[in-house]
Design a protein around this ligand. Sequence first.
Ligand code: ADP
Length: 490
Amino acid sequence: MKRGALKVMFVASEAFPLVKTGGLGDVVYSLPHALHDRGADIRLVLPGYRALLRQLDQVRILGWLDVRGAEGIVSARILETRHPDFAFPLWVVDCPPLFDRAGNPYVNAGGQDWPDNAERFAVFARVAALLAQDALDIGWQPAVVHTHDWQTGLVSAFLADQPQRPKTVFTIHNLAYGGHFSHTDFVRLQLPSPWWSPEGVEFHGGFSMLKAGIVYADAVTTVSPTYAAEICTPAFGFGLDGLLLSRQHKLHGILNGIDTRIWNPSTDPHLPAHYSMSRILPGKRRNKQALLERFLPHADDAAMQAPLLGLVGRLVEQKGVDWVLAAIPVLLAETDARVVLLGSGQAVYEQKLTRLARQHPDRVFVVIGYDEPLAHQIEAGADLFLMPSRFEPCGLNQMYSLRYGTPPVVFKTGGLADTVVDATATTLDDASATGFVFDTPDVHAFLLAIHRALELYRQPTQWRRLQQTGMRQSFDWSDSAGHYLALYSL
Ligand code: ADP
C-alpha cells in the first residue's frame, strides 16, 4: 500500500462471500475492492457471526474494547484476518453473546427479528466508532468511515461530536428497513439523551438507527440517482421523505456497479457452458438445457423452443411477488412459457409458489432457499428475467441478467429505471434497447410487458441484438468508485 493512501474504514453487517443475505453483501464486497484497486487503504469491519468466524483461518487479536450494552458493559475482542477472497484486512468484532449464534444475521429460524437486535447493532456501532478513532492504538486512523444501512446508522452519531474525527459517509441500500426500536431500548442502551428528539433519532415514539445515519453522517448516499429522488417523496420515503428532502444538499445517488469478475458468463465456474457477446447461442442453449433438465427428466425440443422465464430474489412484497403469482396462471394459459424461480422470504409467498409448482410440475419450477450457484444458472439459462419490483434502490439482478444475455422485465423505478432501456420501435432501431419496462404498477402492465417480450423472442435477429446490447453495458465499478472517491475528498 502506497504511503499517503486514503484510509477508508468500511463498516457493514454483511459481505459476500462470508455472509450475504442480499445486494448489500455484494456491494460491501465489490465496492471496497474497486476502491482498493484505485489506491485506497481499506479495512472492513464486520460482526463476528458464527458462520463468519467458521470461515476464518488465521486471526490476530488486535485487542479488546469494552462498551455499554443493554445490561451493562459488553466486551468485544477485535480480530484481524487476511481472508483469501479479500485484498485488504478484515476486522471482526467478536462478541459471542451477541453474534455467536446459528442462522441469519438479522432474524431467527422462524423469520422473526432477533429480540436483541438493538443491542447487537448498538454495540457493533460503538465498537466501530472506537476503532475509527484508533482506540486500540494500532496506528491506523481512517480519513473516512463508510457505513451501510440501519445496522451501522449509529456509527456516525457516535462520531459526530468527537474531536478530530474522520469524515462519515452513510449509504442507504434500502430505506424500507429502518432499524426501529423502542424508547425502552434507547434507555437501556444508555444512548445519549440529546439524540432523543425529532431532530435526532426519535421516530414515531421509538428511535430509528437508519434515521441516525441520515441525520449525523456528513454525507448520505443511496444506490441510484432515481432512488435518491424517489426517497424524498411520500410514496417512497417511509416517513423519512421530509428529513431526506431537508438533507438533499448532502444526499447523493450513486449507481451500484457489479463485480464483473464474479458475474461473467464467459468464465463463471457455476455454469455448465460459457458464452460471450460475440457467440451467445451454443453456450446459452446448453445452460438452458441443463437448467431445464434439473426439473424435467427429459427436456425435449419443444421445451427448448419455449421461452423460459427466470426470477431470483427475496420473496417479499417489494419484489412484486404478488404480481408474479397473479401473472403465472395467465401465462400458462395463454403462452407456452415456463417459469423457474429461486427465492426465500415471506412464508405466504413461499407456500403459494410451491403450490403453483406442484399444480404445474412441468411448467413451473420453484426452489425455496438460498442457492448461489443456482442463481447464476438461472441468470444464464433463462431467456427472460423477471424483476417487477414495486421499488428498487438499485437492484443487482437486472444488471446480472443483462450481462448474461437474459433481457429483464422491470417496473420503472429506482435503479431499474436507471439501468434498463425499454424495447420500443425507436430503441430497437437505434440499438439502445436492453429489456422491457412497464410504468404502471399493476399486473396488467406487467403482463403486457411480458407479452411484448415474448413477441420479440420469436424474432431471433432482433432478440440477439437486444441480448448483445444488454451484454455490452458496462456496469463495472469504475464510474461509481470514482464518484465515491470524489465524495470522500469533498
Ligand atoms: P436485494 O438487495 O433487495 O435483495 P438485489 O437485486 O440488489 O436485491 O440483490 C440480490 C442479490 O442476492 C443478488 O446477488 C442475488 O443473486 C442474490 N439472491 C437473492 N435471493 C437469492 C437466493 N434465493 N439464492 C441465491 N442468491 C440470491
